[in-house]
Design a protein around this ligand. Structure first.
Ligand SMILES: Nc1ncnc2c1ncn2[C@@H]1O[C@H](COP(=O)(O)OP(=O)(O)OP(=O)(O)O)[C@@H](O)[C@H]1O
Length: 467
């Protein structure tokens, strides 16, 4: 049973909250003064504390540090005075979960309380399941917790892990979590995006090269596989790795040695490999586009990350924590978040998943300026059109684009060429639609700004204006 401490000197307000919490099956205790609250909070554990700021023997904020640091780390909801416009700022700066402003009615407090109870229940459940360093992974939904369980299992072995999932679902974040919880945690974690490297670059980037090994190799360079020695190598977009490099990688994994381009020496190397992809590698194996022996080698374990739209209330947790993080990062005043803001974001489909959501939150924070609370009007217009599939091109457009690419030179293209041509066309359209604005392009596509730059460079496309 959840326990709630209500700190307020007004008997009517105490009764009001006691009734609400007891209806949801919680046990409540009340304190009318700071001294009384101090004694009660140290003699028992509480899940939620409601704290009035105007108490007869002082300001409620004076005991905030004591409450925040209680062993049970309760979720604190602050009750601010009538017309106190700094309610959100006071609450979040002092580590509160939420705030309610006097005078309030049942509807004003019902949602903050439900959210706090829900969050608390999931937090307790997750603590029972996981004692894992989570890197920066946010979310408590059952599907996400299952993935964290897999992280725990993967971290206790040295086996190859394949992480699959749509773009922006956190594949790199989870790879880091595996590394940080493994016995290799104090050794390097090196991530390489195979999709961002041209066929000729990928081999020398991974394996290194000798001076003069090819035109432009002015000096000897150590490859990233050796950089990861003793630690973890993450190969993102491994499905984009050319077959010739796949063969060389397999040899490295089997023999635990690496040979640079143009070199004749095998150097011993000890790496743990984590691969990631959003392609169907099984299908690629069947179509001879991915080596079967390598496929078996890299996926002794598998973690399949669900898209954000299937993660239930994780989106709320991510919104709350990321807004807080971004506010601190940009040194802007803490803001409240309206229910309508949450609701609008929940209803979007998020094809670019968490990355896309973070980009939109960044936009919202910038467009809110000094407004104290985030509301839907702070979102990019296309995200306010809930229920409309704004990110998906019309089916006819897509079919036309695919047909155009298939008919290039009249020859049927190899899959690799097809994919790259389509990707280039997508980027051209994206630049057009985003009007050359890098933030909009990143938000529309769900691709990080740094990845966008890499892709534009790869296809020799113009960059963005200076915004
Ligand atoms: N569960 C999560 N909690 C907090 N942040 C997350 C979560 N999942 C993803 N992110 C953030 O979203 C962004 C994208 O994550 P990441 O790069 O790991 O995705 P990815 O699946 O590797 O994407 P891609 O396939 O495009 O390379 C990063 O800023 C990451 O920190």
């Amino acid at each position: 049973m959840m326990r709630v401490l209500i700190i307020d000197d007004d008997p009517e307000i105490c009764l009001f909250f006691e009734t609400i919490f007891e209806k949801t099956g919680c046990e409540t205790v009340t304190a009318k003064r700071i001294n009384e609250a101090k004694k009660l909070s140290t003699s028992s554990n509480y899940d939620i504390v409601l704290l009035d700021l105007e108490l007869p023997d002082g300001n409620g904020l004076d005991i905030m540090p004591d409450l925040v640091n209680l062993p049970s780390s309760p979720e604190i909801i602050i009750i601010t005075g009538t017309g106190d416009a700094r309610g959100a700022e006071i609450a979040f700066k002092n580590g509160a979960w939420d705030f309610v402003q006097k005078p309030f009615c049942y509807d004003d407090v019902y949602l903050p309380i439900q959210r706090a109870l829900h969050y608390r229940k999931e937090k307790i459940a997750s603590q029972q399941f996981i004692s894992l360093k989570r890197a920066k992974i946010i979310g408590e939904s059952p599907v996400l917790r299952q993935c964290l369980d897999e992280v725990g299992k993967a971290a206790s072995t040295d086996a190859g892990v394949l992480i699959t999932g749509e773009t922006g679902t956190g594949k790199e974040l989870f790879a880091r979590a595996v590394h940080e919880n493994s016995k290799r945690a104090d050794r390097p974690f090196v991530a390489v995006d195979c999709g961002a490297l041209t066929e000729s670059l990928i081999e020398s980037t991974l394996f290194g090269h000798e001076k003069g090994a090819f035109t432009g190799a002015a000096s000897k360079q150590t490859g990233l596989i050796l950089e990861a020695d003793g630690g973890t190598l993450m190969l993102d977009e491994i499905g984009d790795m050319p077959l010739s490099v796949q063969k060389k990688l397999l040899r490295t994994l089997q023999e635990k040695t690496v040979r640079s381009v143009g070199g004749n020496k095998e150097i011993h190397v000890d790496i743990r490999l984590i691969s990631a992809t959003n392609l169907d590698l099984e299908k690629m194996v069947k179509n001879n586009q991915f080596r079967e022996d390598l496929f078996y080698r890299i996926h002794a374990m598998r973690i399949n990350l669900p898209p954000l739209r299937e993660r239930g209330t994780d989106i709320d947790d991510i919104i709350i924590k990321k807004i807080h993080e971004l506010s601190v990062h940009y040194n802007v005043r803490a803001k409240g978040i309206s229910n309508e803001f949450f609701e609008t974001l929940r209803q979007n489909p998020w094809p670019g998943n968490v990355r896309q959501l973070i980009n939109v939150l960044e936009y919202a924070l910038a467009s809110a300026g000094s407004d104290p609370t985030l509301v839907p009007k702070h979102l990019p217009p296309e995200y306010r059109l809930v229920g409309i599939d704004f990110d998906m091109p019309e089916e006819n457009d897509t079919t036309q684009m695919i047909d155009d690419v298939l008919n290039v030179n009249g020859d049927f293209p190899r899959l690799n060429v097809f994919r790259q041509t389509l990707e280039k066309k997508y980027l051209e359209k994206l630049l057009e639609k985003a009007d050359g604005n890098r933030k909009t392009a990143s938000s529309l596509s769900g691709i990080s700004q740094s990845r966008l730059y890499t892709l534009l460079g790869k296809y020799n496309l113009p960059g963005f204006g200076s915004q």
